[in-house]
Ligand binder design. Structure first.
Ligand SMILES: *Cc1c(COP(=O)(O)O)cnc(C)c1O
Length: 488
């Protein structure tokens, strides 16, 4: 039975041992200021050192991560990231560089930020980046605040922000946080923006359009030039959600397609492992006419020295303390350098080939939402299996019994196209053999549903927790474990 560490607590047991003649006891009051002292005694577990080590080792073995196997979580780009970059990001000179230290002592770190800015600009076709935002959503907020400032500066009052029905939920949330009213744009039957609808909605009260391309159903919107024209014809700005840049590296650039602002998710495309909440980085790039509104400061170079430069009075201000999640920036910088131009392009091409391979092998068993060439991810559905009483959730759970992390399900969920969705993103870092194993498992599950639906409906059978009550698990996360062998 796997117990909580609190349940393993034995009164008086200690995790350390010090010889009594090697120290003298002092009162906590002598080393911590009065105001910071806790007034209540904390209930902390009392366990031995080996007890702690074994407890967390056992827990870590229950985890499933990229280092365990295939992790095709659509929209997240859960790919293998070279360990070399982790190693270099841990070098002493980087991790001990204090953000308050004089610029002269951290010229190398500033050079990394300056050059990363140039690389990202080159990759996306934008003119200048801020590296401050800590995530994609934080980048979106930065972007829409820049839009707001831009229109205020021009003396225009614009209230609306257009967002496609297929968009990631952070898009409308960010727009709303910046004070815009979100207006939904419908998708057409090919999965792209409905141009007629866009022409109707885009007016002089609209700040612009937030677009993901390839979008969240893994499709490239081939009308992008026309979309840009419509938005710009009414004086609006076009925002690029770059979470899917993995599919475009070295192939196409949002800056060339008419986007004015773009955020990237370095923790998706650029060599930072993620999941579990960070750290991430969501740099935001803008075209020339918006540079003056970027958050302050940015790193500049005068030919001899790298330094922080104030963006000026039109800046949206400071986004956060200090300058961004530096270790994430560093890993992106190293990854770009080690890949080179050709390597980046190959990343995108391979991720597209892998997704299309999965789709073409599985589409007989799981109907695609849109049966057309996809980009780096494909969206299938489990609709046909409802008649056996099986939901897409059950299929995802059953995959765990076959040793795979389930793909993203029920996203995007806009009507009428996307019901019972299964969104698969194999990424470029999986071998054909691994992808084939996954495809085999998906086909086996499809067969099981027809012959023995119960085994799918009750899956997973091999995990310590089978099916938590999902509402209860969110509201009151007390887990009840099945008997399992702690030494396994
Ligand atoms: C992941 C994602 C985001 C949000 O990025 P975070 O780094 O998780 O805040 C926004 N849009 C799309 C399309 C995404 O996939």
């Amino acid at each position: 039975m796997l117990k909580l560490i609190y349940e393993k607590s034995v009164k008086g047991r200690k995790g350390y041992f010090l010889r009594e003649d090697s120290y003298k006891e002092i009162s906590l009051k002598d080393c911590i200021p009065e105001y910071a002292l806790s007034r209540t005694k904390k209930e902390l577990p009392e366990v031995s050192e080996v007890g702690v080590v074994r407890h967390f080792t056992a827990l870590s073995k229950l985890n499933y991560g990229l280092d365990d196997g295939f992790y095709p979580l659509g929209s997240c780009t859960m790919k293998y990231n070279p360990k070399l970059n982790e190693h270099l990001a841990l070098l002493d000179n980087f991790i001990y560089a204090h953000p308050c230290v004089d610029e002269d002592f951290v010229q190398g770190s500033l050079q990394v930020m300056y050059e990363l800015n140039q690389y990202l600009s080159e990759i996306t076709g934008m003119d200048q980046f801020t590296l401050s935002p800590a995530a994609g959503a934080h980048g979106e907020l930065t972007g829409v605040l820049i839009m707001r400032k831009y229109f205020m500066d021009r003396g225009e009052l614009r209230h609306k922000m257009l967002i496609p029905d297929s968009a990631h939920g952070t898009n409308p949330a960010s727009a709303a946080m910046a004070g815009f009213n979100v207006v939904e744009v419908k998708s057409n039957e090919r999965g792209g923006i409905d141009l007629a609808e866009l022409r109707k909605l885009m007016d002089e009260d609209t700040a612009g359009l937030m677009l993901t391309n390839p979008n969240t159903v893994g499709l490239f919107d081939e009308n992008i030039e026309e979309i840009a024209k419509v938005v710009h014809s009414k004086g609006g700005l076009l925002y690029y959600d770059g979470a899917n840049l993995n599919a475009l590296l070295g192939i196409a650039r949002p800056g060339d397609a008419g986007f004015d602002i773009a955020h990237l998710n370095l923790h998706k495309t650029f060599s930072t492992p993620h999941g579990g909440g960070g750290p991430g980085a969501g740099p935001v790039g803008v075209k020339k006419h918006l540079i003056q509104y970027l958050p302050t400061p940015i790193v500049s170079y005068n030919g001899g020295k790298y330094f922080f430069e104030d963006v000026g009075e039109k800046s949206i201000g400071r986004l956060r303390a200090f300058f961004g999640n530096f270790s994430v920036l560093l890993k992106a910088y190293m990854w770009i350098l080690s890949m080179g131009d050709e390597g980046l392009k190959e990343t995108a091409e391979t991720s597209i080939i892998n997704a299309n391979y999965v789709m073409s092998k599985l589409k007989k068993f799981y109907k695609p939402v849109y049966d057309r060439f996809c980009m780096h991810e494909c969206v299938l559905t489990g609709r046909e299996y409802k008649e056996y009483g099986v939901k897409t959730l059950d299929i995802a759970k059953r995959l765990m019994d076959y040793g795979f992390h389930p793909p993203t399900i029920y996203f995007p969920h806009f009507e009428p196209y996307a019901k019972e969705t299964i969104m698969i993103e194999p990424t470029e870092s999986e071998s054909k053999e691994n992808i084939d194993l996954f495809i085999d498992a998906m086909i086996k599950i499809a067969e099981e549903i027809k012959t023995n639906a119960e085994i799918v409906k009750q899956a997973p059978h091999t995990t310590p927790v089978s099916r938590p009550d999902e509402v209860l698990a969110v509201r009151n996360p007390t887990l009840i474990f099945k008997e399992i062998n702690e030494d396994r």
